[in-house]
Design a protein around this ligand. Structure first.
Ligand code: 15L
Length: 258
């Protein structure tokens, strides 16, 4: 698993442990020392040789690494564009047959809230981060078509302990459901190249996962326990782009842009 030091990587470090004989963990950030059944290999995804050494000997990759929020393009480029290329090239060289790629709902963040889309809807990224995830999805499609490396792209919604606002009541993915989704993505035979939205069984959904039923992903959780607290917050103005588009605040230009 790449990105083992990130928010979701830390959560998954313990949760994915039972699914592997050895869980190899990497990040560019410092990680806790390896525990039983773990290997820790520091790695900068932009460093092709380091990625090649990281991937040598693994059966499958859960790729959580890279920049996970909107940032200037120059910061996105090394880890999310060059890095995902390095990873797939190494997977090809070492004969890795399955990748689970942490994509994001921000690949389609410029669809309107309330519109229901599925994985066949054309991408509408809401920033450089979303563009980089769309690149990873396209790259993984290419590596499947040319080299037969299977990938499940998880367009993760909002995976936090709680749904924190009105948008997250719809986009929330519990940690348990995330773990279920990754396990299904790793172990379901013949996934080919699959795109699935990573979302719990919330009351309202903008995302139709009927194109990915072969994964057998059955979310068990929903955001209802957080509704009262989320709805107690004042709503955004209706003309605020964060209230109009599925990507929420990501659709707005970052403070770093002039
Ligand atoms: C993401 O892709 C981010 O990694 C995460 O921090 C959240 O902001 C999430 O999307 C979201 O859309 O809520």
């Amino acid at each position: 698993m790449t990105g083992a030091g990130g928010n979701l990587g830390k959560v998954l470090r313990t949760r994915l442990r039972p699914y592997a004989d050895t869980l190899r963990l990497s990040d560019v950030r410092p990680l806790d020392p390896a525990g039983p059944g773990e290997e820790v290999i520091p790695c900068d995804l932009a460093d092709a040789r380091a990625v090649d050494a990281l991937v040598d000997g693994v059966d499958a990759i859960v790729h959580m690494g890279g920049v996970s929020v909107e940032r200037p393009f120059e910061e996105i480029l090394p880890a999310n564009i060059q890095g995902v290329y390095n990873l797939y090239e190494s997977a090809r060289r070492h004969g890795v047959k399955r990748v689970v790629f942490a994509s994001s709902n921000h690949v389609t963040g410029f669809y309107r809230q309330g519109q229901v889309i599925d994985a066949d809807a054309p991408v509408r990224p809401d920033g450089y981060y979303g563009i980089s995830k769309a690149f990873g999805e396209n790259l993984s499609r290419f590596y499947y078509d040319r080299y037969g490396i299977e990938t499940v792209c998880l367009r993760i919604g909002s995976s936090f302990p709680e749904a924190q606002d009105r948008r997250m009541l719809i986009t929330w993915l519990s940690y348990d459901d995330l773990t279920r989704l990754i396990a299904q993505s790793l172990f379901t035979p013949n996934v080919g190249h699959t795109i699935v939205y990573g979302v719990s069984a919330n009351r309202e959904s903008w995302w139709d996962n009927s194109r990915a039923t072969h994964l057998g992903y059955a979310p068990q959780d929903n955001s209802e326990p957080f509704r009262a607290k989320a709805e107690a917050q004042p709503p955004l103005a209706p003309d605020d782009p964060a209230a109009r588009y599925q990507g929420g605040a990501f659709v707005k230009a970052g403070p770093f842009e002039s």
